[in-house]
Ligand binder design. Sequence first.
Ligand code: TMP
Length: 235
Amino acid sequence: MEKRNQLYEGKAKKVYATDDPDLFIVSYKDDATAFNGEKKGSIAGKGAVNNIMSNIVFALLEEAGVPTHLVRQLSDRDTLVKAVRILPLEVIVRNTAAGSFSKRYGVEEGTPLAQPTLEFSYKKDELGDPLINDDHILALGLADQADLDRVRIYTRKVNEVMKNFFETKGLKLIDFKIEFGKTPDGRIILADEVSPDTCRLWDIETNEKMDKDRFRRDLGKVEETYQAVLERVRA
Ligand code: TMP
């Protein structure tokens, strides 16, 4: 399957049409941004790590009953996926306080949460991806109630599967962001990626941060950490 015209370029990926209208090719870049694009850089090898890792995790989720866009990996950076319209929502799950949750509610990073939380952000760069609730999503017509019900059911499953999986790799799943898409026939499926860009992963023994916070916060060892996460996930 070959790339045809470029349909979209995001901060970390490009999406191409193919000769089949039901299939796209996503191509992962090494570009890295943070704070809504304010901080820009590049992480050598990140595109390949995120592509390969996403595909491993998506295959696992498919087995567990969560439908995903994955069709097959084409190369280190390119993957053939089902064509979807991405819901303009970031679905964020937290198992442990960190990042914007810690800041907003004044809770120290690393504080365990009594139960996992699910929150939505409205994907709109001009607004800085603001937090949004179900009523707002329905009022703005970003998704309907049936979509939201599906998204919640799948997301809970994604958290369960990923938490257990990463634990076997010596990684604690602190929080993560996923995105869903709608197929031309109206089904909701998991799309986008699961990678150190989109998950907070801490070493179970040392609590060392093994994710994009190393880039966001200038913690050093950025490239090495992405490679180390991929090695663990592949093992
Ligand atoms: P936050 O604590 O900054 O809200 O981030 C929560 C999770 O979402 C964390 O695992 C990082 C991920 N995330 C993204 O994937 N993309 C984003 O643009 C942001 C802000 C967070």
